[in-house]
Design a protein around this ligand. Structure first.
Ligand SMILES: *Cc1c(COP(=O)(O)O)cnc(C)c1O
Length: 403
């Protein structure tokens, strides 16, 4: 905006205006029960959290395999820190491509049965940058209704037309393609392997068939993968994306695809090109975590077993992953339930709109290899007590009911 010198707001007024705007906006989200706030967590233990007074058991992390604290993972990080320094010092295309990237990318490509892989600064930057680099005006993106925000943000940045299909509904996706595929140059179907807020799996094989039939590309975000789950057929998925920050206990994101595809992304994704490479220790710990996984495959089973113990206790449908949604409906009820659990020493996240659709506010429970049986029994007892006190009955955790 342009002001003549005389009408220019004074510095003080501008500050006041901004503070006032933010304060009022926060009051509104507070009123809706949607205000977010940070809390400090020491993270000394994989799933126990100490706040200076009391120890809590956390079912709110994504460290599904307990690898953040694995001694071999920590040792690898220490060695990388001493050898290569704290930061990468530059973007990967300048001088930040330290020697830990090549073995990490080779391993990620092999993991997904692809000939190429490319590591980004985070999972968010991976999806955001990849979609924006591949798609453009005149192209069509078809995304599952429940995909992660970074996929939608990338789609919006790309300038392509974005259409959403009902959650895990391949038929609906097909209808959209049949109606409009002919009007666009390229088409990309995007979904998640395991949905972050619902813990259910996408029908990958039927989406592969659909993509082939309609000359579309298929991209699958596997951010919550690596825990035992119905194996997605790796065959026919054009691009896998994922994160090093959840089951692998480190930080960063990646795509795995045919080598020319990853090379194209390297040349075009702005979130890759214009951002500093990962700290060497982040690559080293992710690589070590992948090695631990190969050596200790039983780590992948336990989170699912623990999740089933809880769904069975509440007669909820068994989930396909380490993520259990406890859907309570209103945002305030979800927050109240999580507060009562905290009073009993249990930390869970209350997930509210806009992260999930209206009236599906929920507790999102996640299970880790690091949880003991006692931890899970304490959760079940606390949840029974809190639900009883609030006189709440649970809606089924099945996402299909509201999608
Ligand atoms: C967490 C998450 C991401 C982002 O990964 P980060 O490494 O945390 O940035 C992307 N997609 C999905 C589905 C996620 O759950």
């Amino acid at each position: 905006m342009c002001f003549a010198q005389s009408e220019m707001p004074t510095k003080k007024e501008t500050m006041h205006g901004l503070t006032q705007f933010c304060t009022e906006s926060l009051q509104e989200v507070e009123r809706l029960g949607l205000r977010r706030a940070l809390r400090e967590v020491d993270g000394m233990h994989p799933v126990e959290v100490y706040d200076g007074e009391k120890t809590f058991i956390s079912f709110a992390g994504n460290d599904y395999l307990g690898l953040r604290h694995h001694p071999a993972v920590i040792r690898a990080g220490q060695q990388a820190l001493y050898r290569y320094g704290a930061g990468a010092g530059a973007s990967r295309l300048v001088t930040g491509n330290h020697p830990l990237y090549a073995p990490l990318e080779a391993r990620l490509a092999a993991l997904k049965g692809q000939t190429g892989a490319l590591v980004f600064g985070s999972g968010y930057l991976t999806n955001f940058g990849t979609i924006a680099a591949l798609m453009g005006e005149g192209d069509l993106i078809l995304a599952d209704k429940l995909v992660h925000a970074c996929i939608l943000d990338g789609a919006q940045l790309s300038g392509a037309e974005l259409k959403r299909f009902r959650h895990n509904d391949t038929r609906h996706a097909e209808t959209l393609l049949r109606q409009s595929r002919g009007s666009y140059r390229h088409a990309l179907i995007v979904t998640e392997h395991i949905f972050s807020m619902d813990g259910d799996c996408a029908p990958i094989a039927s989406l592969v068939a659909l993509a082939r039939e309609y000359d579309a590309w298929l991209m699958v975000d596997d951010a919550h993968g690596l825990v035992s789950a119905p194996a997605a057929s790796e065959e026919g998925v054009d691009i896998w994306s994922g994160t090093l920050s959840k089951a692998l206990g480190s930080y960063g994101g990646y795509i795995a695809a045919a080598a020319p595809v990853t090379d194209y992304i390297l040349n075009n994704a702005r979130s890759f090109i214009f951002s500093t490479g990962l700290p060497p220790a982040a690559c080293a710990t992710a690589l070590a975590a992948l090695e631990v996984l190969d050596a200790e495959p039983q780590r992948r089973e336990r989170p699912l077993e623990l999740a089933w113990r809880v769904t069975d206790a509440f007669r909820l449908p068994r989930v396909a992953s380490a993520i259990v949604p406890i859907i309570v409906g209103g945002a305030k009820a979800a927050v109240e339930l999580s507060k009562r659990l905290k009073g009993q020493g249990i930390i869970v996240s209350a997930i509210r709109p806009p992260t999930v659709p209206p009236q599906t506010a929920r507790l999102r429970l996640t299970f880790s290899y690091a949880h003991t049986d006692q931890h899970v029994d304490a959760l079940i007892d606390a949840l029974k007590t809190a639900l009883g006190e609030m006189n709440l009955t649970l809606k089924s955790g099945a996402a299909a009911e509201y999608a």
